[in-house]
Design a protein around this ligand. Structure first.
Ligand SMILES: [Zn+2]
Length: 308
């Protein structure tokens, strides 16, 4: 069989009764129910099965399903790992290196937690625009930014996408960093370093995933939009993430790349071929078919596409 249902997870945790009622995540009970559903309707395969399928043409079982967990959250160690072990199935985990080893927040996660802390996103948009004005951005430029970036997505309103895009890449890096840090302080109310320790797995926890039979692959070093980086910077991202995989005892030949934000370009694909990468997973939404999709461009479903 060549078809493969790949499911993507991010935050999986007890949300009700926590400090983060508004975080866009999957409630742990929903995850357990979904795991039961997937186990009943699919054959949950291992990363190694997928690698063998693309490398030596080994058949996948009927209704093959592959579970992937992005971003190295402590959620995955605390809540996901025990459930996978109970069921006797493997998950594939893709931690970006910098938050794990340097205990620093990724912008994307700071932005999630700012958004989860506001009651009215319109006020956040006003705050963000004021921060931009402090950096000399004019009202005319803000209007153009709004027109370009305030475009609703599959799950987010135009206001949320505007905040995300400006703080993820539309503004210059130094501006983004300072504004994100200011908004984080104002809305979340604790330091980003303290928060990083709560949010991400430690290196020891990543090693424990591997010891428990889980797969760990690359999600880059700094979690960048690789398609916006030059070839040299992309190579550094890939090389540094491979050094990390080697340090934690994960495989570095016929390994798996999970593109941050699903973003890549031809340079990425060339570099991955050179670095003996077997499989690349994107955020394009579809059922993967090994006969149809290039092995470095595999689409994935989101957890929200299945019963929870
Ligand atoms: Zn990610």
């Amino acid at each position: 069989m060549s078809s493969l249902t790949i499911v993507m997870y991010h935050y999986v945790r007890p949300i009700k009764g926590s400090d983060w009622l508004n975080i866009r995540g999957l409630e742990i009970e929903g995850f357990v129910r979904q795991l039961d559903y997937l186990a009943q309707n699919y054959q949950i395969v291992m990363a190694e099965d997928v690698i063998d399928a693309v490398r030596v043409g080994k058949d996948l079982p009927r209704n093959a399903c592959w579970l992937t967990f992005d971003d190295g959250y402590k959620d995955h160690y605390l809540h996901v790992l025990p459930e996978l072990c109970k069921k006797g199935v493997q998950g594939s985990f893709f931690p970006p290196v910098k938050p794990i080893t340097e205990r620093l927040m990724l912008d994307v996660n700071s932005i999630h937690h700012i958004l989860a802390s506001v009651n009215d996103v319109n006020l956040l948009v006003l705050d963000l625009n004021n921060e931009c004005r402090n950096f000399g951005i004019t009202d005319g430029e803000l209007k153009l930014l709004w027109e370009e970036y305030a475009v609703p997505s599959r799950y987010d309103t135009k206001e949320i996408i505007y905040v995300k895009r400006l703080l993820q890449h539309a503004l210059s890096e130094s501006m983004r960093n300072e504004i994100t840090s200011n908004l984080f302080k104002k809305y979340v109310g604790i330091s980003q370093t303290e928060f990083a320790d709560q949010l991400y797995m430690s290196e020891r926890e990543v090693k424990e995933l591997i010891n428990a039979g889980m797969y760990v692959g690359s999600h880059g070093y700094r979690h960048l939009w690789l398609n916006k980086e030059d070839r040299k910077s992309q190579k550094l991202e890939i090389d540094k993430s491979l050094s990390f995989l080697s340090a934690v005892g994960a495989r570095t030949v016929d390994w798996i790349m999970c593109y941050p934000y699903g973003a890549y370009n031809q340079d990425t694909l060339d570099l991955l071929e050179e670095a003996k990468c077997a499989v690349g997973i994107t955020t394009e939404v579809a059922k993967a078919d090994l006969n149809l999709h290039h092995r470095l461009k595999m689409p994935r479903f989101d957890t929200n596409d299945f019963p929870q």
